[in-house]
Design a binder for this molecule. Sequence first.
Ligand code: NDP
Length: 326
Amino acid sequence: MQTFKALVVESGDPYTAQIRQARLDELPPGEVLVRVAYSSLNYKDGLAITGAGKVIRNFPMVPGIDLAGTVLESASPEYKPGDPVILTGWGVGERHWGGLSELARVRGEWLVPLPEGLTLKQAMGIGTAGFTAMLAVMALEAHSIDPAREVLVTGAAGGVGSLAVALLAQRGYRVVASTGRLSEETYLKSLGASEILDRAVLSAPGKPLESERFGGAVDTVGGAVLAGVLPRMAYGGSVAACGNAGGAKLETTVFPFILRGVNLLGIDSVMCPKEKRLLAWQRLARELPKPLLEATLQTVSLEEVPVLAQAILQGRVRGRVVVKLD
Ligand code: NDP
């Protein structure tokens, strides 16, 4: 395969994202050449493909922060041709050509072997979104959330949100799903949400402390929504902050922290160390019910990605988008 199909972003005026044939010698250095079977579309890919956010560090760039495929060539002792592998984060699709391509050349240490029990497609149904949701669940559990209390998920109909709802419900928590799309009630309840909370309730101006309600929260929205989550946390509760789909600014008071001992936990999936990565993927393979994962998925072609990149930034994509490349 001397040439291969890839989505290539150029930074000129206009900023473009076009599918073209790329050459093997255009690929960046790395020990492992992967035949990509699936990638996925995340909020960050939407920013990269449209140029709405300064996600890409050098051009031309193949976006795609996730990929799953089969090793074609390897100079890494850890991998051999034929091995199924996945990759999320590490700046792939931002500084290093990414997954929205039939081929990718990457560093061996960035890869994770496909965990037993998952197909390549399911792995990309999970992707960075599901991996982040699992990191959030692990962070909450490390802070002993009260099982008798409800757990809140914001941006619940999005990728991270949907999978956080499914994972938390599977673990037996009573999950409250906050969304701006109340029409997604049936979908969110099918993933295990017990109750739907209108996003507007959280983002409306309120008091520094509201009634204690949630033992834990996974916040994918940031901004005014996160500012509305903190005052509603119960004593000793924890919020895993992982996104900024609704804004990066956080205006709050110290009262939830100093009067209720609330914890604000930061979640980063990109540079997550390998050991924790392997653990999170093993748990995802074991704990995320496959029918629920399938319910969140739509599979699209590379050609459909540029339009969906706009849609994901407008909050119009439900659940997860898997991009088929082989
Ligand atoms: P999605 O677009 O799939 O989901 C985001 C959801 O947020 C939407 O579905 C919508 O949910 C809600 N939302 C969107 N726009 C707004 C808005 N203007 N105001 C309030 N709510 C809004 O994105 P992902 O799930 O891929 O990512 C979610 C967030 O998490 C992003 O900010 C992303 O950058 C971040 N992220 C961070 C990671 C990390 O390592 N920390 C890793 C992965 C993602 P609804 O319709 O239900 O209200």
